[in-house]
Design a protein around this ligand. Structure first.
Ligand SMILES: Cc1cc2nc3c(=O)[nH]c(=O)nc-3n(C[C@H](O)[C@H](O)[C@H](O)COP(=O)(O)OP(=O)(O)OC[C@H]3O[C@@H](n4cnc5c(N)ncnc54)[C@H](O)[C@@H]3O)c2cc1C
Length: 311
């Protein structure tokens, strides 16, 4: 089957490109290596988003599921757990290769973000053993935390916001290895005004338990302290499993896809948007990714249909 458009990546950029493509009735397939939603769903679903216009505050999980529902309702086909690995030209069309097959399209939009992400580990003894059994890299269900003693590791917005969300349900303690948080001042102020213990200059060096986490050993100012803990929620950033961008056969700029103002790449019929692209002044934000996606989709439409008004 020949699709009008194939979009690679179902983060905010890919989903928005799909929504716009469907307003133009382009048959649209979105290919996603993990699950749809991008960084919002996979990295920080519980974090609040305070810069999505029209909402003073919403949470990332909610925003990403609305985007997914919107794209599906508009008629986008979304194939999850399928990783795109390359692009070939075939006659007038493009062929997208994945780990499960090949698909043809008249145009392609790359919305692969910063590649595939995985959370950074703290490197404590026992961390791997208890992953999923008290050690988490994203916020567990709130009901699970009720009445528990929970250590939040990290000093950025995500760690602080997760502790703020959870502190009414559990005993929350933030452990940060530096003497000051690097989170935004408004968030740090909220942490200090909330019922949250903070341990600065501290690191979790060991996680102990039998079947599940029961305690942690912390190193603070050179001293070892063991304390009871039911869960450890780690939020010290992510490392990206860099997708080798050179596989798309495109001109790159510092490893990212070089685009023109209409989001076209150096390859005919291939457009790009979101965190995957580079240009002067690029700002990696959801609203920017969505704005670029609208442009990329419109450019793909003009490329495919060559409407009279675009000549
Ligand atoms: C902790 C954190 C907090 C943030 N907070 C905010 C905030 O408050 N406000 C804000 O505006 N921005 C925030 N951002 C930035 C925002 O998340 C990004 O700018 C946004 O997610 C970019 O969207 P995207 O669709 O380009 O990329 P992504 O969200 O990264 O989505 C790309 C998708 O492509 C998929 N993919 C990658 N390679 C392939 C492949 N080869 N085949 C198939 N699929 C592939 C990935 O699995 C992923 O789902 C935050 C980022 C982080 C890390």
């Amino acid at each position: 089957m020949l699709h009008d458009l194939i979009i690679i990546g179902a983060g905010p950029a890919g989903l928005t490109a799909g929504i716009y493509a469907r307003t133009r009735k382009l048959s649209t397939l979105i290919i996603e290596a993990t699950t749809a939603g991008g960084q919002l769903a996979s990295l920080y679903p519980e974090k609040s988003i305070e810069n999505w216009p029209g909402y003073v505050s919403t949470d990332a999980g909610h925003l990403s599921s609305n985007l997914i529902d919107h794209a599906r309702t508009m008629g986008c086909e979304i194939r999850e757990h399928e990783r795109a690995s390359g692009l070939d030209d075939k006659n007038d069309h493009l062929v997208v290769h994945t780990d499960k097959g090949s698909y043809e399209a008249k145009a392609v939009i790359l919305a692969t973000g910063m590649g595939l992400f995985k959370p950074k580990k703290i490197g404590a003894i026992g961390e791997d053993k208890f992953e999923g059994k008290g050690v988490y890299y994203k916020m567990p269900e709130m009901e699970y935390l009720v009445g528990k003693e929970v250590i939040f590791v990290g000093g950025g917005n995500s760690a602080c916001e997760m502790a703020l969300l959870a502190c009414e349900k559990c005993d929350a303690c933030i452990v940060h290895r530096r003497e000051a948080f690097r989170a935004d001042e408004v968030i740090v102020e909220r942490v200090h005004n909330a019922d949250i213990e903070t341990m600065m200059n501290s690191q979790v060096v060991e996680i102990k338990g039998t079947d599940h986490v029961e305690s942690v050993v912390l190193k603070q100012d050179g001293k070892l302290i063991e304390r009871k803990a039911d869960a450890v929620v780690v939020n010290i950033g992510t490392s990206n499993v860099a997708d080798d961008m050179s596989k798309w056969g495109l001109e790159l700029e510092e490893g990212l896809i070089k685009v023109d103002t209409d989001m076209c790449t150096s390859r005919r019929g291939v457009f790009a948007c979101g965190d995957a692209v580079a240009y002067k002044g690029k700002y990696k934000q959801i609203v920017v990714a969505c704005g670029e996606a609208a442009i990329a989709s419109n450019s793909a439409y003009k490329f495919i249909k060559e409407p009279y008004w675009a000549k």
